[in-house]
Design a protein around this ligand. Structure first.
Ligand code: 0O2
Ligand code: 0O2
Length: 214
């Protein structure tokens, strides 16, 4: 199997979507609005990981393009949990892709403690033999969720998927702590927004102008 050739359209899809999603951030910045996107990364799954997953999930190599949804993977990191909903809507409203599946591991976190929102989209890539629609997995998560997932992922790698019980328990507690951090940050954000609203009205009142008549 010529992996380089097989994975070329996947690389194209990852590169294009990274640019497109990073474009949102730029638009929010240029209009002085809070960006729901902090940063975007992406990767094509390395061949050894593809072979591993195919073996684990009994996927014939001839069916990789339909059965392995994360050959192309994009990750969107957000500051706040509420930003995730905004990003989901931005993606659902795009006309250059089709959402085929969504998995909410935020309201339904995984047993490991993993939280993230996954969207699988079908994305058209223009190739020299015409259009090809590629499956891409988009993972949307807060910085706290990403911190946890990155560490857990490297521990899994280190222990080859067999993390000792004591460390697993600690990871569970760390996942809970990441959840609480997200909650605290959301509350702080709400309070700041409330204070800003109040401050704007106060200024307007001082000027003796009806804020709704402006
Ligand atoms: P490892 O061992 O796989 O962790 P850029 O220059 O920013 O355009 P760059 O530097 O080529 O792009 O890569 P990027 O987009 O910053 O992503 C780098 C790392 O993020 C990769 O690590 C991936 O592991 C991880 N990553 C990003 N997006 C995804 C995703 O959607 N799914 C998964 N599973 N991983 C992702 P490395 O360097 O490949 O090392
Ligand atoms: P990578 O490139 O090493 O990250 P499954 O393999 O059965 O869990 P499924 O059903 O195909 O996956 O899709 P799922 O669970 O929606 O998404 C799988 C991807 O989500 C994983 O990719 C991880 O990137 C991430 N993920 C899911 N569960 C966990 C978890 O417990 N911890 C961490 N750190 N990440 C998780 P892969 O295949 O592991 O590849």
């Amino acid at each position: 199997m010529d992996w380089e050739l097989f994975l070329t359209p996947y690389k194209q899809a990852v590169d294009e979507l990274k640019i497109k999603l990073r474009g949102y951030r730029e638009q929010y910045e240029k209009t002085a609005q809070h960006s729901p996107i902090e940063f975007v990364t992406g990767r094509v799954k390395p061949v050894p990981s593809i072979l591993d997953k195919a073996r684990r999930k009994n996927i014939p190599l001839s069916e990789l393009d339909t059965k392995m949804q994360d050959l192309a993977g994009i990750r969107v990191m957000c500051q706040f949990v509420d930003d995730i909903k905004t990003v989901i809507d931005l993606i659902r409203n795009r006309t250059d892709l089709e959402v085929v599946e969504e998995r909410d591991y935020i309201t339904q976190k995984k047993e490991s403690g993993y939280r993230s929102y996954h969207m699988v989209v079908r994305y058209p890539v223009q190739t020299i033999v015409g259009e090809r629609k590629i499956l891409v997995e988009i993972q949307i998560r807060t910085l706290a969720m990403n911190f946890w997932a990155t560490i857990e992922h490297s521990l899994n790698y280190k222990y080859e998927g067999r993390i000792p019980k004591a460390i697993k328990d600690r990871l569970q507690r760390a996942s809970e702590a990441a959840f609480l951090l997200d909650e605290e940050m959301s509350k702080i954000r709400e309070e700041i927004q409330e204070a800003q609203k109040h401050f704007t009205y106060k200024k307007v009142e001082d000027l003796d102008i009806d804020p709704f008549q402006r």
